[in-house]
Design a protein around this ligand. Structure first.
Ligand code: FPP
Length: 249
C-alpha cells in the first residue's frame, strides 16, 4: 500500500517563504483508527503512517523547512499489546535500513531523542549507523522521538546537572535555560515553531514538554495516514495567520 501520489511539489504561492516555521513537530495519531475504518489490522495503519511521514519529510525539504521532529514511540507505548510493540520495533529498524541511501541522496541529517539504550539491540545499532552516516548532511534535520517521554527527558537532565553540582563543577546559580537545554536530548536542535497533532486529540501526551513552551499548536481531525500535503498546507496557512508574541504585547 502506498501513500497518495505527491502533489503540491513546490511551496504554495499563498504561503510566505519568509514566515515559514523553521521547525515543525508532529504527533502522528490515528493510525489504529484509520486501519479499523478500512477493516484492516492496526499495524497496517502504522505501515501507511511511514509513507505519510516520508512524504512530509520530503515536503518540508521541498518547501524550505529546516527541521522536522516526529513522535514515533512514547515511553508509555510499551503498554500496547506485545505484538504491536514488536511490529513497531521491527518496522523502525526496517525503515531505517531501507531509507538510509535515500536520506543520503536527499541530504537528510537524522537524530533520535529518547531513552535509546532500552531499545532492541539491533534497532539501536541501526539508529547509531544512520545518525553517524548522515551527520554531515545539511538539507533538513529529521528527529525521531523513540522511547521518548518529556518528563523523563527533564528528569535525566536534572540528574546530570545535580551530579555536576555535587562534584563542584557548577554552582546552582549557574543553572539557567541555556545550560538546562544543553542537557536535554534535543541539545543543538531549535525548539519547534509549530506542533501538529492529528486525529483531533487535544493533548501533548508527554511530547517535548520543555521545547513546546512557545510553539503554535495545530490540531486537525484528519487521521495521520490521511495527512497529506494539502493538509500540511492548511496547517502552515493557519500558522502564518498567528500572531506570535512570546509573552509580549
Ligand atoms: C499513533 O497512532 C502512532 C504510533 C504510536 C506510531 C507512529 C509510528 C509511525 C507512523 C512509524 C514511524 C516510523 C519511523 C521509522 C520514524 P495510534 O496507534 O495511537 O492510533 P489510534 O489512536 O487510532 O489507536
Amino acid at each position: 500500500m502506498t501513500a497518495k501520489p505527491t502533489v503540491l511539489q513546490e511551496l504554495p504561492a499563498d504561503l510566505n517563504q519568509e514566515r515559514l516555521p523553521r521547525h515543525v513537530a508532529v504527533i502522528m495519531d490515528g493510525n489504529g483508527r484509520w486501519a479499523k475504518r478500512q477493516g484492516l489490522p492496526r499495524i497496517m495503519g502504522h505501515r501507511r503512517g511511514v509513507d505519510v511521514l516520508k512524504d512530509l519529510l520530503r515536503c518540508c525539504r521541498d518547501w524550505g523547512i529546516k527541521a522536522l521532529t516526529a513522535y514515533a514511540f512514547s515511553t508509555e507505548n510499551w503498554g500496547r499489546p506485545l505484538e504491536e510493540v514488536n511490529f513497531l520495533m521491527t518496522l523502525f529498524e526496517r525503515v531505517l535500513r531501507q531509507e538510509l541511501r535515500e536520506m543520503m541522496q536527499e541530504d537528510v541529517q537524522i537524530h533520535f531523542v529518547g531513552n535509546l539504550s532500552a531499545l532492541p539491540r539491533t534497532l539501536h545499532a541501526e539508529i547509531e549507523r544512520s545518525v553517524d552516516e548522515t551527520r554531515h548532511n545539511q538539507g533538513i534535520q529529521f528527529t525521531v522521538a523513540t522511547n521518548y517521554g518529556g518528563r523523563q527527558e527533564i528528569l535525566q537532565a536534572c540528574r546530570a546537572i545535580a551530579v555536576q553540582v555535587q562534584q563542584g563543577l557548577i554552582q546552582p546559580e549557574q543553572i539557567d535555560e541555556a545550560l538546562f537545554e544543553r542537557h536535554l536530548y534535543t541539545a543543538g536542535i531549535c525548539d519547534p515553531d509549530l506542533l501538529i497533532r492529528t486525529s483531533g486529540e487535544m493533548r501533548l501526551s508527554n511530547f517535548l514538554l520543555w521545547q513546546v513552551a512557545y510553539s503554535e499548536l495545530y490540531i486537525t481531525e484528519t487521521l495521520w495516514p490521511d495527512f497529506d500535503r494539502a493538509e500540511f498546507h492548511r496547517a502552515l496557512s493557519a500558522y502564518q495567520q498567528r500572531d506570535r508574541r512570546f509573552g509580549k504585547v
